[in-house]
Write a protein that binds this ligand. Sequence first.
Ligand SMILES: NC(=O)c1ccc[n+]([C@@H]2O[C@H](COP(=O)([O-])OP(=O)(O)OC[C@H]3O[C@@H](n4cnc5c(N)ncnc54)[C@H](OP(=O)(O)O)[C@@H]3O)[C@@H](O)[C@H]2O)c1
Length: 314
Amino acid sequence: MKAFVKTTYGGPEVLTLEEVEKPSIKDDQILVKVMANSANPADWHILRGEPFFARFVFGLLKPKNKLFGADFAGIVAETGNQVRDFKVGDKVFGEKLSGGAFAEYTAVPADICAIMPEGTEFQEMACVPIAGLTALQALITHGQLKEGESVLINGSSGGVGHLAVQIAKVYGAKVTAVCSFKNKDFVKSLGADEVISYDNENIHKHHGKFNLIVDTHGNLSHNDFKRMGQRAVSVGFTTMGHMMSVLFKKAFSKFPLTQFTAEIKKHDLEILASLIRDRKIKVQIDKTFPYTKIPEAISYIEAMHTRGKVAMVW
Ligand SMILES: NC(=O)c1ccc[n+]([C@@H]2O[C@H](COP(=O)([O-])OP(=O)(O)OC[C@H]3O[C@@H](n4cnc5c(N)ncnc54)[C@H](OP(=O)(O)O)[C@@H]3O)[C@@H](O)[C@H]2O)c1
């Protein structure tokens, strides 16, 4: 089968499309014929081995896993002996952060997948796992957002942010969203009550007060969180210096700030699937690439100005 392969750390140019052996499955796994993927910042962090400490997980001198890619949607081609939730032919979506989703077939544990809702497209559902789980868990699991509360979402036009705006509205929050001026109308169309364009107004001097701050871009300082929020959740970071500064100040402060890595939970994938099925949230696709152009798709998202998501189709 065809798969994208990396044998060294580097930019998208180190990725090569090669013929590799089709994976075999364990008893608790399913084999998925991949129909679509989506690109996430995690892909280029893993590809580049950045930040450096990530190499303790992904391989110190070179990548442990030469296969690449996390988010996928596709069709179940085989099921392991212990798998009860899926059968051959089911349309599923899920996430494999350890790599191997940017391939014709991927073997994954059945509990990191969910069934695609009727009437949805592969490329749409491939955009959901990492971004959707992060948005949902930031707002609800960690942010404990309640109906009627106010939330500020920074980075609201990107993969995580555009889903976070919609999910916060579904849960009954008043949403103030931060994005660039060019994306103001886009974010308003997602349901945001107020939109602040960071190129017209300095968010680091904004004096609004919110029950919850969710930073999906990762440039808010610890002072920003404390000044504007009662509690905060941060999922992104822009520079190592910024991340260290937030971590350092958090260690000496009682302000409730959570930083987390999204967990692949089947139940959360099912919540996202039901929100999409019921048309309460919608994935917005900025650009779709053919699978042969996956390195270009990764280059495109590295600019960190994606409007919604980037999908790749097989
Ligand atoms: N913790 C986790 O588990 C987890 C999971 C997923 C993602 N992440 C992290 O979360 C971040 C966002 O991921 P993503 O997939 O949403 O990325 P993305 O799709 O590339 O979106 C990034 C967004 O940041 C916005 N942005 C750029 N400069 C900004 C600024 N100065 N102020 C506010 N917003 C700005 C961009 O909007 P404009 O074009 O309008 O500027 C863009 O929409 C990344 O750092 C990623 O690594 C963490």
